[in-house]
Design a binder for this molecule. Structure first.
Ligand SMILES: [Zn+2]
Length: 116
């Protein structure tokens, strides 16, 4: 409860100071509000679905890759293990997420790949 109230006050102060909630600077505030709300909901025993984030990037070999994964807490540092290997050249790509789905571009479609 205190975490949610602190996040709300910080957001209010940001807005009062002329901050734009849609700006990049507001992202940490928004994430903290969402996380604080989820913490509180868990205190009530609610299950919170983990938000899915999408990463779209190009491998050094030119392959277009896309990973859908679970969002990590802000400032969470991945030490290793959460990576995918390019299906064309084998290069590993470390990701700031736990990969759930992995795709590569095949013409106009996305080909799905199995994860280890
Ligand atoms: Zn590659």
């Amino acid at each position: 409860m205190a975490r949610l109230e602190a996040a709300r006050k910080k957001t209010e102060a940001f807005v009062v100071a002329g901050g734009d909630l849609k700006s990049k600077e507001a992202v940490p505030l928004g994430l903290e509000l969402v996380n604080a709300f989820e913490d509180l909901a868990r205190d009530f025993g609610y299950e919170i679905p983990v938000p899915i984030v999408r990463f779209h990037f190009t491998c050094e070999c030119g392959a277009q890759l896309q990973v859908h994964g679970e969002r990590y807490e802000p400032n969470f540092r991945v030490g290793g293990g959460d990576s995918v290997a390019c299906p064309y050249c084998g290069k590993g790509h470390l990701l700031p997420t736990k990969p759930l789905r992995f795709f590569s571009r095949e013409g106009t479609a996305w080909k799905s790949h199995l994860l280890d």
